[in-house]
Write a protein that binds this ligand. Structure first.
Ligand code: ADP
Ligand code: MG
Length: 632
């Protein structure tokens, strides 16, 4: 492999071929269409900071190294004319053998996992995978045609120059000590034609701030040759500072940088957990709703650091129903050298995620108690997401019921807690009543509510899609079951009417024959017909049968394509309504055939009141026209 030693005085360069899988990776990097190419800088800075930490660690047991080591520092230098970006560190450096094993093969297990995934899963294109893995050192070839690494291993007195254009081979030559860093490594990138942006100091600074500003190693930037270095990261991660030393403004800045948003956090929580796993958490509840909150692909966006090295920008740490939080977790208990993908599956992460969820619920509870106004805004933005936990995680139900806010028939434009609701139960009321739909205003006008109003019974107006689901699985609150006002027979007879309602109650008509005629005429559309106790103003309404699904839930399921399996509704009629009295009289006079139009219309009216279309819109139009013409 040795070059023929013709130029005896020139430093000898040995040529090596990359291992096969590196070659495959390089092929991908040089042809990458991955849009976030700036990850190369994160990788280089993370390697440099790692090297500093390694030296720090080795110095613990080696006095000679300790004497040599200076304060850790990473320096990025830009040279526009030469189109060069250099990143130098005073870390542990690499020996010749280490160069071969580290930069000729694949050292990074994350990179290995990346390649395996790539091999298995050809549907996932390489470029979409890059961002999800730490692809390590080789990512430099996304932005550079030629890369040099000048390095001197701490404690050794030889230096080396590694060089490659990323096309299958690299060289290693001995380097004169005066040309090498006194300790550490200096990586020089000859940027390719598409990578001008990385010569712009502002761009570099913002990338550093986003990806590495939290590192425990300070970072200097030399904007052009000869210029004084400028510190762009101070090496003190915000969350590692004592809370008392952090200003509100710094928290807000950090939040904005973290979220890329411009609002102020509604809640900031910063704590350190000690115990079996030690970690620090800095978590924010945004002040505004992120636009993609309900996109199915949106995950919780937690940043995971291990000892201040960014491991993942979107580790799946938190349950789905906390996906609106912006969270940074820094733990010392997760090994740095496992792949980013493995980190996601590690039990430590699961434990931390659970603990963070618990703590954040407590924080929300505190906010609800101490600053109800602020909490109401949080609930308006994220209540619909939090309520998913009622359905998905029964162990969290009590915590959520404690903070949940609902619109009800009692307080227009305001929200009430379940505690408020239960405190105002009516005499003989045994359940917490609710109605679900997608528009609280329309819900409030539902005929099914009339009887409840007449008895002063409060009804929760549940207008989020998730509501239709959790009400069926939650067992109740303080011993009171949740009961839909649109399902089953209303068991509210025992609850006394309020005074006003008693006064204007008209007498009931005998509707026995009418009920029978409706049952026969409408048999195809309804399961049953009965006299209602829940109506006072309207002539008829539809409810689900006792055994059937709540009507809103059936509608949601039908919308998602699951048709026909939910049973027919029950038609309830109001025996005290003049229209019902007229229908009964008409039936006695003309018989079932003659009165058929009116019978059909009664059902269609009930459907329309529920926001549904008449059974047969054309027939409905004809019957209604006839009615208007005076013939029905
Ligand atoms: P990883 O950092 O996950 O190990 P990389 O591909 O980023 O994978 O780097 C490969 C290896 O190269 C590192 O493990 C380290 O041994 C070595 N290395 C890279 N950069 C430096 C550096 N600046 N100083 C010392 N060693 C380095
Ligand atoms: Mg690395």
């Amino acid at each position: 492999m040795t070059n023929d030693a013709a130029a005896a005085n020139a430093p000898q360069a040995d040529k090596f071929g990359f291992e096969a899988d590196v070659a495959q990776l390089l092929e991908l990097m040089t042809h990458s269409v991955y849009s976030e190419r700036e990850v190369f800088l994160r990788e280089l800075i993370s390697n440099a900071a790692d090297a500093c930490e390694k030296l720090r660690y080795e110095s613990l047991s080696d006095e000679m190294l300790a004497a040599q080591a200076s304060a850790p520092l990473v320096t990025i230098s830009l040279d526009k004319n030469k189109r060069q970006l250099t990143i130098a560190d005073n870390g542990v450096g690499m020996s010749r053998e280490e160069l071969i094993s580290a930069l000729g093969a694949i050292a990074n297990s994350g990179t290995r996992a990346f390649l395996e995934k790539l091999g298995k899963d050809s549907a996932d294109s390489g470029s979409s995978l890059i961002g999800r893995f730490g692809v390590g050192f080789y990512s430099v070839f996304m932005v550079a045609d030629h890369v040099e690494v000048a390095t001197r291993r701490a404690g050794e007195d030889e230096a080396w120059l590694w060089a490659s254009d990323g096309k299958g081979s690299y060289t290693i030559a001995s380097l004169a000590l005066e040309d090498a860093p006194s300790v550490g490594a200096r990586v020089t990138l000859h940027l390719n034609a598409e990578s001008d942006e990385f010569l712009d100091p502002w761009r570099i600074e913002s990338i550093v701030r986003e990806h590495s500003g939290a590192l425990s190693t300070p970072i200097d930037l030399v904007e052009e040759p000869g210029k004084e270095p400028r510190r762009i990261a101070d090496g003190v991660a915000l969350w590692t500072r004592p809370k008392a030393e952090i200003t509100q403004e710094q928290y807000v800045d950090f939040y904005r940088q973290l979220s890329g948003a411009f609002d102020e956090p509604a809640l900031t929580a910063h704590w350190r957990a000690e115990g079996r796993t030690e970690y620090t958490v800095l978590a924010f509840v945004p002040g505004a709703r992120p636009f993609d909150l309900f996109e199915p692909s949106r995950k919780s966006k937690s940043k995971l650091y291990v000892r201040r090295v960014l491991i993942s920008r979107d580790v799946d740490l938190l349950p789905h129903w906390l996906r609106f939080l912006r969270v940074v977790v820094d733990s010392a208990d997760i090994p740095l050298n496992v792949s980013r993908e493995m980190v996601q599956k590690s039990p430590a992460i699961a434990a931390i995620g659970k603990a963070v969820a618990t703590r954040m619920l407590q924080e929300l509870k505190k906010l609800a108690e101490n600053e109800p106004g602020k909490f109401t805004a949080v609930w308006e933005n994220f209540g619909a997401v939090l309520k998913e936990a009622l359905h998905e995680d029964p162990s969290r139900r009590d915590d959520l019921f404690a903070i949940a806010r609902f619109g009800t028939t009692k307080a227009e434009g305001e929200t009430r807690t379940l505690k408020d609701y239960v405190a105002d139960l009516r005499e003989n009321q045994t359940a917490i009543y609710y109605i679900t739909g997608d528009d609280a205003k329309r819900l409030a006008a539902s005929p099914q509510l009339e009887g409840f109003r007449a008895r002063g019974v409060e009804v929760l107006l549940l207008d989020d899609a998730v509501d239709a689901f959790w009400v069926t699985s939650a067992l109740g609150y303080e011993g009171k079951p949740f009961k839909s006002v649109t399902q089953g027979a209303a068991d509210i007879d025992a609850i006394p009417l309020v005074e006003d309602a008693k006064a204007d109650e008209p007498p009931a008509t005998d509707v026995g024959d009418l009920v029978g005629a409706l049952k026969e005429t409408l048999a195809e559309s309804v399961d049953d017909v009965r006299v209602s106790t829940r109506l006072t103003q309207s002539a008829a309404c539809l409810v689900a049968s006792d055994m059937g699904l709540d009507r809103q839930l059936s509608r949601l399921l039908a919308e998602s394509g699951q048709k026909g399996m939910f049973g027919k509704p029950v038609l309830e009629i109001n025996a005290k309504h003049p229209a019902v009295a007229a229908l009964a009289a008409n039936l006695r006079e003309k018989g079932r055939e003659g009165a058929a139009d009116g019978l059909h219309l009664l059902l269609d009216l009930a459907r329309i009141a529920d926001g549904e279309a008449p059974v047969d819109p054309a027939a409905f139009a004809r019957r209604l026209s006839a009615l208007i013409a005076g013939n029905a």
